[in-house]
Design a protein around this ligand. Structure first.
Ligand SMILES: *[C@@H]1O[C@H](CO)[C@@H](O)[C@H](O)[C@H]1NC(C)=O
Ligand SMILES: *[C@@H]1O[C@H](CO)[C@@H](O)[C@H](O)[C@H]1NC(C)=O
Ligand SMILES: *[C@@H]1O[C@H](CO)[C@@H](O)[C@H](O)[C@H]1NC(C)=O
Length: 437
């Protein structure tokens, strides 16, 4: 566990640095990416189930570290991270019946919405490949262990690193034309990355699943139909967005915090050109950064995994720092178990907004969903939440089983959980510093 500890400490370091240099709102939103890194590797997870063998499948021998590969066509294609460095990915070859099947997973990590927040991001792994770890752990949907990943374990797997700050939607025309060196190449990275992955075998795929977490889950929805286009017509192609369903809701002070944040991101990087055309024709482009306005116009089958008590959204959309100047929500944000009955009422209201939005997709045949009631964020990339004896379930299905049912059309897979605290299988994130609960 030494590696996990080191990452955990490094994660704390990032947050400390961010706290010193960032404006409050930029900090709050950008920090999420770091929180995820912090959480994923520090296992500050608590479960309502009393069993103590949560990590039994993650013994040292089961760790699968995959090296970083730099995009070889990047310079030729002008595809650069925010700082001008070369984007990167991690690739693990499939085997057996998985050799012509592909799962891609796009990394998350928030967005930058201003020259200053993007300039800061350049100095981190989310804006520059110079700072990326040279190997990452493949787990959850990327695991090669059949008992942890029953349907996709032997597929070719690619983890796409995120270093453009705008979910792969930026355009170079919007780069500052002064001494501030920032590259807005998200769309170019996307194309160059796809071409490279096609060339290493994706072009020959029989089945492919594009997935991503958080800002990567949003990128998955934005680019889902392009992904379908570049693959053979005969191939089965679908998209899975995990923790990528950011709701356009006002915060508790009545401010449209997330809408104005997305507005800034889209304007800064000239993202409109990468968003759904039929959406942009109907409304202000930044609104087309919200999944609720994207999903209806995606022609490829989509699966949505999202908790209705998404901690990232509670911290950044519903109760951002400025909306809670006296810190009444601080303890509740650290752990849902600390929330007062009144705060739980507010969270139930947020859940109702989710359910109302998802009800529009209930009738759509190809849209599947796993909408659970856990205090969490991304759930497909860790074995503990993806598939295991103690992982979160709805209707006795793990996320992996529910996604498999939908991908392989085994049965209708639309699962909506009962409200907190009804589901004893939840992994609720706990930021209070307790290692385990
Ligand atoms: C460069 O231009 C951007 C807007 O494009 C502006 O926000 C920034 O402050 C400028 N920086 C300098 C050093 O002039
Ligand atoms: C709400 O937004 C207004 C206008 O942007 C801002 O002046 C105010 O400080 C915000 N209030 C809170 C509590 O975030
Ligand atoms: C739940 O699923 C497991 C594994 O698929 C199965 O063994 C068990 O019988 C199921 N339990 C119920 C109550 O259906």
């Amino acid at each position: 566990m030494a590696t996990a500890q080191r990452w955990w400490l490094r994660g704390r370091g990032y947050i400390f640095i961010l706290g010193q240099r960032w404006g409050k709102r930029e900090w709050a939103i950008a920090v999420a990416g770091f929180s995820i890194v912090l959480l994923a590797f520090s296992f500050i997870i608590s479960s309502d189930s009393s069993s103590s063998d949560h990590f039994s499948g993650a013994g040292a021998g089961a760790y699968d570290f995959v090296p970083l590969t730099f995009l070889s066509n990047a310079v030729q294609r002008g595809a650069y991270c925010l700082d001008g460095s070369v984007p990167a990915y991690h690739f693990k070859k499939g085997f057996g019946s998985g050799s012509r099947r592909w799962v891609l997973h796009i990394e998350g990590g928030g967005w930058c919405n201003s020259v200053s927040s993007c300039s800061f991001r350049k100095t981190t792994a989310l804006g520059s490949s110079k700072y990326m770890d040279h190997q990452v752990l493949f787990s959850g949907i990327l695991s090669r262990d059949q008992s942890r990943n029953p349907d996709f374990y032997n597929w070719n797997k690619v983890k796409i690193r995120y270093c453009d700050g705008a979910s792969f939607t930026g355009h170079p025309e919007s780069e500052p034309n002064n001494d501030t060196k920032l590259f807005f190449r998200g769309q170019l990275i996307w194309r160059a990355m796809m071409d490279e992955i096609l060339s290493i075998g994706l072009s020959n795929a029989q089945e492919a699943l594009l997935s991503g977490c958080s800002a990567g889950g949003l990128a998955t929805l934005i680019h889902c139909d392009d992904f379908r286009e570049i693959l053979p017509k005969k191939a089965k192609v679908k998209c899975l967005s995990d923790g990528g369903f950011f709701l356009n809701e006002k915060d508790i002070a009545g401010n449209a915090t997330i809408q104005s944040f997305y507005h800034d991101v889209v304007r800064l990087q000239g993202a409109a050109g990468s968003l759904k055309k039929d959406c942009v024709a109907k409304m202000e482009p930044s609104k087309c950064f919200f999944p609720q306005n994207i999903v209806k116009s995606i022609n490829t089958p989509v699966y949505l995994v999202n908790p209705t008590y998404d901690f990232w959204q509670i911290r950044n959309i519903l109760v951002p720092g400025p909306a809670d100047p006296h810190g009444h929500w601080r303890k509740c944000q650290l752990s849902i178990r600390n929330c007062s009955p009144e705060q739980i009422q507010v969270l139930q209201g947020f859940r109702n907004s989710f359910l109302k939005t998802f009800s529009e997709f209930q009738q759509m045949k190809d849209v599947g969903m796993f909408i659970n009631s856990c205090y969490s964020h991304c759930q497909t990339w860790m074995s503990e939440t993806w598939h295991g004896p103690n992982s979160p379930k709805i209707n006795n299905k793990t996320i992996a089983e529910a996604v498999g049912d939908w991908f392989f059309e085994r049965k209708v897979s639309k699962h909506i959980d009962c409200p907190y605290p009804c589901n004893p299988t939840c992994y609720h994130m706990d930021f209070t510093g307790r290692r385990f609960h």
